[in-house]
Design a protein around this ligand. Structure first.
Ligand SMILES: [Zn+2]
Length: 170
């Protein structure tokens, strides 16, 4: 399907087809992900997905949160959850990082991991999935597993997990 309008790409910016002001401030900065998210990201290097548990109600938050939004009490116990789970929701995206239209779409999903409380989900890509199965709803509720980047290439980023893929026999 051809959408109306004129798509543009990074090359259009580089070659001056789109006017903009190039400014390179000499700014140095660090970004803190916060106590909970920092540990979560750090543990991904070890191939572990960590959540925080509320000791009052038992809910396990993944991604971790420092307080329970049901009890308004701090969460205090770290727990490891599995790198398998179910697809809560998914969408087919044709928009690339440079805002151009992709011929081969990306499937993005919310995955409820085994061990986390129901309704908790992480946003990630799905691989080895037919986009038609998203459109017709077959992907919803499917069991998936994380496909990890090789250990020596991990950086403590959510992209240490390359994508989630459907589990065999499901
Ligand atoms: Zn709670």
């Amino acid at each position: 399907m051809k959408l109306p309008g004129t798509p543009y790409k990074d090359v259009d910016l580089k070659e001056g087809r789109i006017p903009y002001v190039e400014d390179k401030p000499d700014a140095k900065y660090r970004f803190s992900a916060g106590i909970a998210m920092s540990r979560f990201l750090e543990e991904l290097k070890n191939g572990r997905i960590m959540g925080l548990k509320c000791l009052n109600c038992g809910r396990i938050y993944v991604p971790p949160r420092t307080f329970c939004s049901y009890c308004f009490k701090p969460t205090s116990e770290w727990v490891q959850v599995k790198d398998t789970g179910i697809v809560n929701t998914a969408v087919v995206s044709y928009i690339a990082a440079d805002r151009g239209r992709m011929d081969k779409p990306l499937v993005v999903a919310v995955i409820e991991l085994d061990g986390a409380s129901p309704g908790m989900g992480i946003l990630h890509k799905l691989g080895n999935v037919d986009p038609e199965d998203v459109k017709n709803g077959k992907i919803f509720g499917k069991r998936v597993r994380a496909v990890w980047r090789p250990e020596e290439e991990r950086t403590g980023s959510i992209t240490d997990i390359l994508y989630f893929e459907p589990m065999e026999g499901d």
